[in-house]
Design a binder for this molecule. Structure first.
Ligand code: 5RP
Length: 232
């Protein structure tokens, strides 16, 4: 029986195999945040001379990439990325996700939006029939925290302020449990419309295009039913 850590290592290796054919001297990759993304970054370092560099979704990942000698670019310098690769806290069969357990959801959504393809790398514990057991992270402008929490209560959400955590954007995170996430893209749009919300941790309006799912029987590839390259 493989441990969760071993499953994460296996999916990180599979992700390296997935990206290798896409690398070239002008290629910049979008890279996410979290323990699975960290394993991917570590493996990518062995191939750092085969691509130009990366745009990162957090200061933490940027520091890790730089320490391993991978060039880190500001997103404003980059027009096109073949893919964005990152973990998730939950993913369903339609490749809708909850992200933001590491608090980097806003930059994750921004970098992913510029990439041609979102490749989600997860172990099998993250695959769920319906999103919502994992409390939904929502990044909020500090002055709006109480107002946003009250609005979320109307959806049945119980918002808890993430203690001692400030995002890379100087904002705070509400972790929201109790939501019924039957239509993830609709709920994402509704939460996005609450004044003071910077980013909702639902990635459903634009979910993953491909998921590499690490199981006891190997790494499986899942494809989104809606997926065509998003920026073509
Ligand atoms: C960070 C994220 C991560 O992708 C998510 O929390 C999964 O992390 P891990 O790979 O450590 O399980 O969204 O904001």
């Amino acid at each position: 029986m493989l441990t969760q850590e071993e499953l994460k290592q296996n999916v990180a290796k599979a992700a390296i195999d997935y990206v290798l054919p896409l690398l070239g001297p002008d290629v910049v990759l979008g890279i996410g945040t979290g323990s699975t993304a960290n394993l991917f970054i570590d493996g990518l370092a062995d191939h750092k001379h085969r691509f130009k560099g990366a745009v990162s979704s957090s200061e933490r990942s940027a520091a890790r990439l730089s320490a391993l000698g991978i060039a880190v670019f500001d997103l404003n310098q980059i027009e096109r990325m073949p893919l964005y690769i990152d973990g998730a806290d939950e993913i369903d069969g339609g490749l809708n996700m909850i992200k933001g357990g590491g608090g980097a959801l806003t930059r994750e959504k921004i970098v992913a939006s510029v990439a041609d393809r979102f490749v989600c790398i997860v172990d099998e514990s993250k695959l769920v029939p319906y999103l919502g057991a994992f409390p939904l992270p929502i990044e909020v402008i500090p002055m709006a925290l109480a107002a946003v929490a009250r609005r979320l209560a109307r959806f049945g959400g119980n918002a808890v302020l993430r203690k001692d955590f400030v995002t890379d954007n100087g904002c705070r995170i509400l972790d929201v449990s109790g939501l019924s996430i039957k239509s993830p893209a609709e709920l994402e749009a509704e939460i996005n419309n609450i004044p003071g919300v910077v980013t909702c941790g639902l990635f459903a309006i634009a979910g993953a295009d491909v998921a590499l799912l690490s199981t006891q029987d190997g790494v499986q590839q899942l494809h989104s039913p809606r997926s065509q390259s998003r920026n073509n």
